[in-house]
Design a protein. Structure first.
Length: 273
């Protein structure tokens, strides 16, 4: 059997291996010619729609990107697809790591993506610097996937803010989302009423000394499509018809701690917060 076919078969098997956070992300552009979409049953989490929103405010060309909790690598590979110089990919799930390793072998991209097979060390962040960081839907799992000593909601919320503010020391711009429930358990809400307004106030107030929030993206349903739009007085309202995931705001703050590099290209006219 040709090596390419062996790698494709392995990728399909790894992607369909059931476990926590399995079949979570879409197939990256690089892999679609090999894998397509027909054989996968991933529940849509609107990776492409979130990426389209991010790309309105960040140009990845020649940038260094950090992907925390990279899962099967959708955002990692897409950053390379759009011209990033290098991506540092952190993931603590062995199956997801093996998927990305196998994809790198198939695509011959090992010089552009560095795999770190571990959960990101939020309590001892590396002394490195990045142009941009993805931190999508990781921090509400504090106390489950990492930092197992967390006992209650208030302690978890304090750690979430501390971890976000620590990241301002190593990355210029952040794309951040989190869920409304601690450990992903709906019986452990982080906010009393589970509203976007509560989460936005909590994040914006908690990080204001370390970050400037440039824009907050809110999913809206336009006909039959989901589009992430800048926060306004209408879309801040919780829309239960969309489900919990599509009520999660997408924050894009810029660090006040790091000096802005000459290479960083942000669309200043679009920032409004």
């Amino acid at each position: 059997m040709p090596q390419e076919k062996i790698l494709i078969t392995k990728l399909m098997s790894l992607y369909n291996t059931m476990g926590k956070h399995s079949q979570y992300q879409a197939i990256p552009s690089f892999l679609r010619p090999f894998l397509g979409n027909a054989c996968f049953s991933a529940k849509p989490r609107f990776d492409r729609e979130r990426l389209d929103f991010v790309l309105q405010f960040f140009n990845p060309k020649d940038k260094i990107v950090l992907d925390i909790g990279g899962n099967t690598g959708f955002f990692t590979f897409e950053m390379i697809h759009y011209g990033a110089q290098k991506v540092i990919y952190y993931e603590g799930n062995d199956t997801h790591v093996e998927f990305v390793q196998t994809a790198l072998q198939l695509l011959n991209l090992r010089q552009t993506i560095e795999i770190r097979a571990s959960y990101f060390p939020f309590d001892a962040i590396p002394k490195e610097s990045y142009d941009f960081t993805f931190l999508f839907n990781v921090l509400h799992h504090v106390g489950a996937d990492f930092n197992h000593q967390v006992k209650d909601r208030e302690e978890a919320k304090k750690l979430i803010i501390r971890y976000l503010n620590n990241l301002s020391k190593i990355t210029q711009v952040l794309a951040f989302q989190m869920g409304f429930c601690r450990k992903g358990d709906r019986n452990l809400p982080l906010f009393a009423n589970g509203t976007k307004d509560e989460m936005i106030r909590f994040i914006v107030e908690g990080i204001q000394d370390f970050w400037t929030v440039m824009v907050i993206g809110i999913p809206e349903k336009h006909q039959q499509e989901i589009v992430y739009c800048p926060l306004n007085s209408q879309n801040i309202r919780r829309d239960d018809s969309l489900g919990e995931f599509l009520n999660r705001p997408l924050f894009m703050p810029r660090s006040k701690t790091m000096k802005r590099g000459d290479k960083l290209e942000m669309d200043q006219e679009r920032t409004h917060l």
